[in-house]
Design a protein around this ligand. Structure first.
Ligand SMILES: *[C@@H]1O[C@H](CO)[C@@H](O)[C@H](O)[C@H]1NC(C)=O
Length: 322
């Protein structure tokens, strides 16, 4: 199975886990007969020659990692639907609705969210996102969608929708654009390598891996002052300046995750940490005074590394170790 399909399967399983006992958020009936392995087995190849656009039907609960045109048609009243989109780390998504046929007066809705939101947890967190939370929603029923595309601020976005009348729905086209300085990212794969750079900007960036992983940081640069490395701060990373933190947790929102390690002085050479959580995050806090850069590699932890004798299930607790 190609890696991005593995992510889709893994993510869908996480969504299903999140749905247990919470039928308000997404449509449980749809989720119940949902077979991620079947659904994604017929995916196309990204690098097929030619410019032919990928087209397929969108499901009430769906996950897409390829550009294309997607059509949702309600089979019956479908009231709690969500489609999660993910691009490569260095991509932004642009979302354009070609056709919308819903009845706002009956309580239907169709909203684009700049990021992912699941059970009230957002990625990027409101702390790390450049725009206020309310502005991250574009609501068709409030203002319509202007002809231009809605552009995401990172490699993930989603649409939330509710359609009462069978036969109603919409068609959406997803495209990708390059992003020179990716800030907030969800990794498509459980293994990889990434360099996060914040070039003299007062902002914070989170790189999220929704798997239990081992993370190896090989390089950390936190600014230079006249060619000299900054001095080690005397009292931890708290309060001031620029630093990198490793976070672990079960939800999507980095601001609600457990801080596992802080790194606040530059170094070269590997520092490794195992994070046995559903979600692992490398977060960089940047004052804007320096060019900050962190390079890391990550590998999915094998079940035996999680200290979980039953092997298959997602661990309940979120243990970590250096
Ligand atoms: C970045 O995060 C730090 C600590 O988490 C916070 O104090 C600061 O306000 C944030 N900066 C921005 C630009 O959001």
């Amino acid at each position: 199975m190609p890696p991005s399909h593995k992510l889709q399967c893994h993510f869908v399983l996480l969504v299903l886990a999140a749905l247990r006992g919470d039928s308000r958020y997404l449509e449980l009936q749809d989720a119940a007969d949902y077979d991620p392995f079947l659904l994604f087995s017929a995916s196309p190849k990204r690098d097929l020659a030619g410019e032919q656009q990928y087209r397929r039907a969108l499901r009430c609960l769906d996950m897409l990692s390829l550009p294309g045109q997607f059509t949702f048609t309600a089979a019956r009243p479908q009231l709690h639907c969500a489609a999660f989109f993910i691009g490569e780390a260095e991509e932004l998504l642009s979302i354009r609705f070609d056709l919308v046929s819903i009845d706002c007066t009956r309580g239907d809705f169709l909203k684009v969210f700049d990021g992912w939101i699941l059970k009230g947890e957002k990625f990027p967190s409101s702390q790390d996102h450049p725009v206020p939370t309310t502005d991250r929603y574009t609501d068709f029923c409030e203002s319509g969608f202007s002809p231009r595309s809605i552009r995401s601020s990172q490699n993930v976005a989603m649409i939330l929708f509710r359609v009462h009348e069978p036969g109603n729905g919409f068609t959406v086209t997803i495209k990708t654009d390059p992003n020179l300085f990716p800030c907030n990212v969800i990794s498509q794969t459980p293994n990889g390598r990434f360099t996060l750079v914040i070039p003299r900007q007062h902002r914070n960036c989170s790189f999220s891996i929704i798997y239990p992983v081992s993370i190896k940081i090989s390089d950390l640069t936190l600014g230079h002052v006249h060619g000299l490395q900054l001095k080690k701060p005397s009292a931890g990373c708290g309060g001031t300046g620029d630093f990198v933190e490793l976070l672990g947790g079960a939800g999507l929102d980095p601001s609600k995750m457990m801080p596992l390690a802080d790194l606040c002085y530059p170094f070269h050479g590997p520092a490794q940490m195992k994070i046995g959580c559903d979600n692992s995050v490398v977060r960089m806090v940047s004052s804007g005074k320096h060019i900050n850069r962190v390079t890391f590699e990550y590998h999915q932890l094998a079940p035996y590394e999680l200290g979980n004798p039953t092997g298959n299930s997602i661990p309940e607790s979120c243990s970590s170790g250096l």
